[in-house]
Ligand binder design. Sequence first.
Ligand SMILES: [Zn+2]
Length: 292
Amino acid sequence: MAHLLLLSSPLSISLCFFAWLQGFLVVHGNTNLTHSSFTPINRDLYHSSGDLMEEIKALVFRHPDRLTFDTIKSRNKGYSAEIAVVTYCRRSQETDDRPKFRILLSFGQHGRELITSELALRILSILSKEQFLPNLDPASLDHTLDKLLIKMVPMENINGRRIVEAGDLCERRNGRGVDLNRNWSVDWGKKEKDYDPYEENPGTAPFSEPETQIMRKVAMSFDPHIWVNIHSGMEALFMPYDHKNTTPDGVSSHQMKSLLEELNHLHCQRRCMIGSGGGSVGLNNQLNCAGG
Ligand SMILES: [Zn+2]
């Protein structure tokens, strides 16, 4: 599966859902990390992983009419992982047989990208109407949300994040040193010229990692129309494929690119890079403590 941003089919829904999503990313797109293992995480800016998940769980339980919480576990060769999945479906208690547009949002695939899971909490707060966005008409938002079924993975890599929280602030991999964004089957193990074996360890085989297995299971059962994988460290709206300098051919790919360009124009003041990660910015050259 490709990196950063994956939209799996043509789109025709309102863009307002993405307005606040991208708006928040633009404002808060950079983590505040440094390479020093002695720099503490600023708790005024970031929850601990435990506190954040407890807040999300409590928020979900306050809104059973629209939010549900599940935990999925997996294990491989003595290494275990679990991932929380929150499902949003407005009016879930009412009769509504119209098919919904399915969106999967995943955050925190890289341990050090703390800001992304904070964004997950904020989006859930808005979906539950505990927070509101300025300049966004609630009725318009409701109209869009009525058409959506959203699954959210607030913290994909909690084991890696715990390593960061223990002081290794630059760790992006999972709890046993595998880059979850290189553990999928698309060109698995293919090494680019600037391949970094430490940062981009793909694991022993495609889907060797419990976290990747869980995400595959979620994606296959949910079958999303759109999948947005949120990272931090740069202002960009990437589409497949990060490891190539090209984007796929075909109508869907062109529609995806048009959508991203429109988002960039409407909500990013055209600052975001668009295209494949490799083609737009040479992603592998951009890997640093905060990005990738
Ligand atoms: Zn990342």
